[in-house]
Design a protein around this ligand. Structure first.
Ligand code: GLU
Length: 286
């Protein structure tokens, strides 16, 4: 008799170790663990450290420390993206074999100089300069060792998959599922393999969510639009698509999103000022 799959919900919190966690991360983590409890599932921790330049082992260690301090636990071993570069490279190659990636030799400044439309995050949309480079030029430039990154031909990919939808729930993770349309075209031809590494955030997150059997992705509303690319990649790579749930963001007094780069006060700072885990929970509404 076929074994019945255990369908226990699996959620994840996936911080990047490029700074100390702040109240926004605390909210996202507490939200995810709370959602796992509401669904009768489990929350995993994943360290998203593909970016070797920005990720630091001491920040990864601090993530463990801060989350434990908040009273959160997770199953071991914890997945670290830096251990999985070969797996991301293989997924990228699968897309290359499908003829969906092309080499792009444009510099960031060349793209910025091409004033035009912007993506949902406000970055200049790639004007498609290298999309139509001839095979000969591509090979010549690759052989010459010109700095290269590989972009997804998003229109071509959309032609392959047709209409693209995903399942979202909200505002609560226990709300009724809704079908939403994905519009990856608004991101243009995103970079999936970078100059310095065989992966990108979009590629690794999709591969890892599938590898960990994630059933529900809980993430901030600031990452809602990126889901369009993720569901497209899931279709192209034959991966399952989790249910998505987007939570509110914690804002500072000026109404801006908290950010490491803006020097927002960290959990470690708050702890040094005498805050307890309970103070943190109360401050963010848990
Ligand atoms: N690593 C991402 C970040 O720290 C989050 C990834 C995700 O939720 O998909 O912003």
């Amino acid at each position: 008799m076929p074994q019945k799959n255990s369908s226990k919900p699996i959620l994840r919190f996936a911080p990047s170790p490029n700074g100390r966690l702040h109240l926004g991360h605390a909210y996202s983590a507490l939200y995810t663990w709370n959602a796992a409890t509401l669904l009768g599932g489990v929350a995993l921790l994943r360290i998203e450290d593909i970016d070797a330049e920005r990720s630091k082992p001491e920040f990864a260690a601090a993530i463990f420390e801060d989350l434990h301090w908040l009273g959160l636990d997770w199953p071991e071993p914890v997945m670290r993206q830096s251990d999985r570069m070969d797996i991301y490279a293989a997924a990228g190659n699968q897309l290359r074999d499908q003829g969906l990636l092309y080499p792009c030799f444009c510099s960031r400044s060349a793209i910025a100089a091409h004033a035009g439309d912007t993506d949902p995050e406000g970055a200049p949309l790639y004007p498609g300069t290298c999309r139509h480079l001839g095979r000969g030029t591509q090979i010549e430039r690759l052989e010459r060792g010109d700095p290269v990154q590989f972009r997804l031909d998003t229109e071509k990919a959309m032609d392959r998959v047709g209409m693209l939808t995903f399942t979202a729930v909200g505002p609560l993770v226990t709300d009724r599922p809704q079908i939403r349309y994905a519009r990856p075209q608004r991101w243009g031809d995103v970079v999936l393999q970078r100059k310095d590494m065989p992966a990108s955030y979009h590629l690794s997150v999709v591969v890892d969510d599938a590898a960990q059997g994630i059933t529900h992705v809980t993430r901030g509303r600031d990452m809602e639009a990126g889901t369009d690319i993720h569901v497209l990649l899931q279709m192209l790579l034959g991966l399952p698509s989790p249910i998505y749930n987007f939570h509110k963001l914690i804002l500072d007094d000026a109404g801006r999103k908290l950010a490491k780069s803006k020097g927002s006060e960290t959990l470690a700072d708050l702890r040094a000022r005498g805050w307890t885990p309970d103070n943190v929970r109360k401050a963010v509404g848990f």
